[in-house]
Design a protein around this ligand. Structure first.
Ligand SMILES: Nc1nc2c(ncn2[C@@H]2O[C@H](COP(=O)(O)OP(=O)(O)OP(=O)(O)O)[C@@H](O)[C@H]2O)c(=O)[nH]1
Ligand SMILES: [Mg+2]
Length: 1149
């Protein structure tokens, strides 16, 4: 019998199942078969003393009667295949009648299964069953290489001597040949002597041949592995069966035998003895000698025989002991399945059935189990239903292999707490008991699929049940439950409610409970969605102190992020935008329309977003300035505030996906935020994985380890059909999983390498290098423990009409926001003073506030010094301010109007420079910058090629900000702290031609590559005859985009002069020159950076080295998930000139 998980769990009547053998059995020693061991003698003794044995306690008489009544009530309630109804009101039934009728019709029709024509070993298979043959056809006898011959259902009387030709025959089926009948003991005609020549014959089927005696020749066929003699009324199995020393399976069903000869144990390889359909009264005492016997198929009920009511009553009340099941049954060491259902036992002896996988003790009078049962560590099924148990011991938790535990119809008041240890449990049936509550440890049953707790006294459902995410059925019918846990929606596999699946209650069942939450009109349903929606809403509404949270919307350019935000925030779909367009514009403008459609959408977005962002609008202090041409691509970041209908509030940062903006991402990434990682679901494939999802996971792993990520697939309207959407979803899941495993795999491999290096380094007395490796090891361990958290459920949406999937996404975002495991900071009680602080800070003018001002404002609001940091962190988390607490350069200033910071950066970075720097369309360039077309183009070229911006050009770029000279200078001073640029001091006397003179440099825009011979030039260059010291920074996970450029920007404060390339920096310092070079031409795929440094002489330029390495370290350390290893000469380590920890840079002497 196969173990079917599905449906099996819901069977009302206890069922007993076999699990296929998974254990290999050893062959016995040849001596064992014939020996008469002391054990055999002792088991014989035990059996003799049977009537006196009796260790079990008698069950209390009072329990018995109520057990019976509960049992009968349960039966009344159950649905029978015959169509008996359930007491529960009108539940839905699912496919029951059709299934049964299908079953019946299949039974009538005789289906002939076509057998394969060759065996696995390549021998022929010949099926001549049911052909009315009276003799074996000569052509069959002539055939060679026969492996299997099926002659069943014919009218053969014997086999001819020519069968000797079937020398390779492995299996012979002679069943249902009634002519083989044989009555006399010495009549061998049915099976000729020649059969003994078939040395390869392993399986002989001679069942249902009307034999009264088995042909004696069988007992000489010692090569047989399988012998089936079932359905022949032979009455007795002769001792000669012991000759078949290779026998593995013997089928003796319906043979009228009443016992087995003791000699059966000489068949030491026996794994299976089938005895069903016989009235077995005794078993040989020697049976436990069969060390491989897995299956003993017999009806154990026969042992208790016909029982009168009086005896049954005595057994029920424990006044007599039920010792009629032979002790040897409990001593079969390899037995896998023991079915004692309905054997009326009231005690069970200690067992040594160590191989037991299934134990069915249902429908008995048991109230206690022997201790040895709890040591059966292979047990996968334990059925104790319909007994008299009132409790179960803690040892139940030892049965770690259990997959099915059936305890229905007992009088159990409490489940032991150790039940939570049964990690493999898939089915737990505790219905029809007296449980008042389920233990909280139930949350340990992570694999549980079916939980039946019908008809108990449960007054509540523990919240922990919401952890059982595999649950498909939760039957709580007829209890005393008033409220369902609010997090029940986490049980995503619990989809149906009040339905039947093959006569069994399936899904969530709640009938006959005094439920008020949710109310009846909600819970009476056949889909749990309605119930879950209600509970979700309730959970959100009931969440106290829910603070506004930050949401980062990231993904490839044009994947549909901003369009989705329109749908999410305003319910506006793409088609409604198009409708609006049509209403407003004439036909002649069609061409123009198409060109500008994207701008309108952008305009619309801006307007709608704007209406929601009071604080953001206020930050400008005036209406939106005249805007330069817009495209439908987001420029850097669009910020908006979104409050859902259920009052969950977010500040959304919708990032422009274009590459141009990547350098500034890190400032706005935040590990406390919820990330929506958006990708185009219609275009997703293995090939596009890296660009659409992979690179974003990498980015987040580097900058925000541990961040929570919700994957959102857009444009499902462009997918072929529903199945394509689902298929892609599976692929996304698979590749994302693979991606993260690869990432962790790399970290683990690196950790292994570092540990090895560390061992070697420890013996080299190079302390500084050991410290560097130690740091690296800690970082790797930290990152391994903190991978990004991918929310398992992927949202698939479309921004077309109806916004399919969007409301579900809103729902799941709301739930994520109240998940305290993901966002522990999301619910906190905030002192009123902090809100006062917020208001006062916001009222301040300027782009940022110095720390002194912040402290002053705080003291005015009575926010004490020791809570100022927490207050600012809170305001940062809710998006009201930006405070870079861990950034040494920025930690002492506060961006109290984040929108202004965004605008400042946005004005420098554009994905569409050509469109943007259109001299003819923008009078600003002429009036502000005093450019003519040529000088303008020249200045622009210098900017887009080398990243150098002159003062007039910068004035144009910042035109929107309407800056006074003073403010201009203030911002210019601020910019380098953002690590994206450096400034160049200007001559004190204006030169007049400042149109090309660089004022600010953004290394990100530098497109010029270093020449190949740069290293050689550096080595030969001044000071000559000094060999450079070379340091290599190795990045096993590659350097994220923009990091090299940020190092380049940060070096500016410490160098006297410099030359920049896209992939290199050459600079001079007081006492040294250095060259910093990427390993490959593209810094974004660089896995190592080389630093070459030359002092004035051969001595180490210690001070310069410390400064440069500290600048590099400080920049790299801002990337929390980045790991790097420094390769440097030992001398440099010993002199401690290589900096790798976070430190302020101090210039020596
Ligand atoms: N068919 C279809 N088109 C969509 C959907 N969502 C967005 N689009 C189109 O995809 C294009 C890009 O959409 P955006 O929302 O601007 O993409 P984005 O991800 O914000 O792009 P960036 O701002 O550049 O990062 C636009 O032309 C939209 O009309 C959708 O669900 N279905
Ligand atoms: Mg966008």
């Amino acid at each position: 019998m196969k173990d079917k998980d599905k449906g099996a769990g819901m069977l009302k009547k206890a069922r007993f199942e076999r699990i296929p053998d998974q254990k290999g059995s050893k062959s016995p020693s040849p001596t064992r078969a014939a020996s008469s061991s002391p054990k055999r003698a002792s088991s014989a003794k035990m059996s003799d003393s049977r009537p006196q044995s009796g260790k079990s306690k008698s069950p209390s008489p009072s329990r018995k009667s109520s057990a019976k009544s509960r049992s009968s009530s349960r039966k009344r309630d159950s649905i029978s295949p015959g169509g008996k109804k359930s007491k529960s009101p009108s539940p839905n039934r699912k496919g029951t009648s059709s299934a049964s009728s299908r079953g019946r019709s299949a039974g009538k029709k005789k289906v002939r299964v076509k057998s394969p024509s060759r065996t696995q070993s390549g021998l022929k298979i010949r099926d001549l069953s049911d052909q009315g043959l009276t003799a074996v056809p000569p052509n069959l006898l002539a055939e060679k290489d026969l492996g299997i011959v099926n002659l069943s259902g014919n009218n053969l009387k014997t086999l001819p001597p020519e069968i000797t030709r079937w020398d390779k025959l492995e299996k012979l089926d002679l069943s249902k040949n009634y002519g083989l009948r044989r009555t006399k003991a010495n009549d061998n005609t049915s099976l000729p002597q020649e059969i003994l020549t078939l040395a390869n014959l392993r399986e002989l089927i001679i069942s249902e041949c009307n034999l009264q005696r088995l042909p004696t020749i069988i007992w000489q066929m010692t090569n047989l592995h399988v012998l089936d003699v079932s359905r022949n009324k032979i009455n007795i199995l002769v001792p000669e069966v012991g000759n078949l020393s290779n026998l593995r399976k013997i089928n003796l069903k319906h043979t009228n035998i009443t016992s087995l000869p003791p000699e059966i144990v000489y068949c030491q390889d026996l794994e299976e003895i089938l005895l069903w359909g016989n009235k077995i009264s005794t078993l040989p005492e020697t049976l436990p000698e069969l060390l491989k016997l897995k299956t003993l198929g017999l009806n154990y009920r026969d042992f208790c025989g016909q029982m009168d009511a009086m005896r049954e009553k005595f057994l029920n009340t424990g006044q007599v002991k039920s010792d009629y099941i032979p002790q040897i049954v409990f001593d079969l060491p390899a037995l896998e399945s023991l079915d004692l259902e309905g054997t009326k036992i009231n005690n069970m002896p200690e067992t040594t059935n160590h191989g037991l996988r299934e134990l069915n003790l249902s429908r008995n009078f048991l109230n206690v189990l022997p201790r040895s049962v709890y040591n059966l560590n292979h047990l996968t099924l334990l059925n104790l239903s319909d007994n008299q148990f009132s409790n179960l011991p803690d040892e139940l938790g030892n049965l770690k292999s259990l997959m099915k535990l059936r305890l229905a119809n007992n009088q159990i008041h409490f489940l032991p707490l150790t039940i939570g240890n049964l990690k493999n449990l898939k089915e737990l049936d505790v219905s029809f008991n007296r449980l008042k509550r389920l233990p909280i440890n139930i949350k340990g049953l992570r694999n549980l699929k079916y939980l039946h707790a019908e008809k108990n006294d449960l007054t509540a459902v523990p919240d922990e049940i919401c952890e059982l995410v595999e649950l498909e059925t939760l039957n709580l019918t007829e209890n005393n439950i008033h409220t369902l846990p609010m997090r029940l929606h986490r049980l995503t596999k619990l989809k149906d409610a009040h339905v039947y699946d093959r006569y069994n209650k399936h899904g969530l069942w709640l009938y006959k409970n005094p439920l008020t939450t949710p109310p009846m009109e909600i819970w009476r349903t056949d889909k749990t969605e309605k119930i879950f929606d209600y509970l979700k809403k309730l959970a959100i509404i009931k969440t106290e102190n829910l603070q506004r949270q930050k949401m980062l919307v990231l993904g490839e350019s044009q994947c549909g992020k901003s369009t989705l935000m329109m749908g999410l925030v305003h319910g506006i779909s793409l088609s409604s935008v198009e409708e609006d367009d049509k209403g407003r514009k004439s036909k002649q403008e069609d061409m123009e329309d198409k060109r500008r459609k994207s701008y309108d959408l952008e305009d619309k977005r801006r307007k709608s977003y704007g209406s929601n962002i009071e604080s953001v609008v206020q930050e400008h202090g005036e209406s939106q300035p005249e805007s330069l041409p817009l495209t439908n691509k987001t420029e850097f970041i669009e910020q908006t505030i979104w409050k859902t209908e259920n009052m969950v509030e977010f500040v959304i940062n919708d990032f422009g996906g274009d590459d141009a903006y990547r350098i500034s991402y890190p400032l706005f990434l935040d590990a406390n935020a919820l990330v929506l990682l958006v990708y185009d679901h219609s275009e997703y494939s293995k090939n596009t994985h890296q660009t659409s999802i992979g690179q974003w996971l990498d980015l987040l792993s580097r900058y925000t380890p541990g961040v929570a990520i919700k994957l959102v697939g857009t444009k499902i309207d462009l997918c072929e059909d529903f199945f394509a959407v689902e298929e892609t979803e599976d692929l996304v899941r698979e590749l994302v999983q693979e991606h993260l495993e690869n990432y962790l795999g790399k970290l683990r491999m690196e950790l292994g390498n570092v540990e090895k290096d560390l061992k070697e380094a420890k013996s080299s007395s190079n302390e500084e290098y050991v410290a560097h490796l130690g740091n690296l090891k800690e970082k790797l361990e930290y990152l391994i423990s903190k991978p990004v958290k991918i929310i398992p459920e992927i949202a698939t949406v479309s921004s077309q009409e109806g916004l399919p999937g969007v409301s579900k996404l809103v729902n799941s975002i709301e739930l994520l926001a109240i998940d305290t495991e993901l966002f522990p900071h999301g619910q906190r009680c905030i002192p009123d003073l902090w809100n006062k602080l917020r208001a006062r800070l916001k009222r301040r003018s300027g782009y940022y506030l110095s720390w002194e001002v912040v402290e002053k404002v705080a003291s005015l609001c009575h926010v004490k010094e020791d809570s100022l940091e927490s207050a600012l962190q809170y305001l940062h988390d809710i998006g009201e301010v930006m405070w870079f607490k861990n950034n040494p350069g920025l930690s002492k200033i506060l961006f109290h109007k984040p929108r202004l910071l965004v605008d400042l950066i946005t004005s420098l970075y554009h994905h569409n420079f050509e469109e943007f720097f259109n001299y003819d369309e923008n009078k600003i360039f002429m009036s502000m910058g005093k450019f003519n077309k040529d000088t303008f183009n020249e200045a622009v070229e210098i900017f887009v090629k080398y990243g150098q911006i002159s003062r007039p050009l910068l004035s144009c770029l910042w035109f929107n900000h309407r800056l006074t000279d003073c403010k201009f200078t203030e911002l210019l001073e601020l910019m380098p702290y953002l690590d994206i640029c450096y400034t160049i001091p200007q001559p004190e006397v204006p030169t007049g031609n400042n149109i090309k003179l660089p004022l600010m440099v953004l290394p990100w825009f530098n497109k010029e590559m270093a020449e190949n011979d740069l290293v050689e030039d550096f080595e030969k260059g001044p000071p000559e005859n000094v060999k450079p010291i070379t340091l290599e920074y190795k990045f096993p996970l590659r350097l994220p985009k923009g990091v090299f450029e940020r190092i380049s920007a940060c070096l500016q404060d410490y160098v006297l002069s410099r030359i920049d390339w896209k992939n290199a920096v050459y600079a001079t310092l007081e006492d040294a020159n250095f060259l910093l070079l990427c390993s490959v031409s593209d810094p974004s795929s660089c896995n190592s950076i080389t630093l070459m440094i030359k002092g004035q002489s051969e001595t180490l330029p210690a001070s310069s080295m410390r400064t440069i390495t500290q600048v590099i370290a400080n920049t790299l350390l801002k990337v929390e998930g980045l790991v790097w290893k420094i390769k440097a000469p030992k001398d440099a380590w010993l002199n401690q000139v290589i900096q790798f920890r976070k430190k302020d840079i101090t210039t020596e002497e």
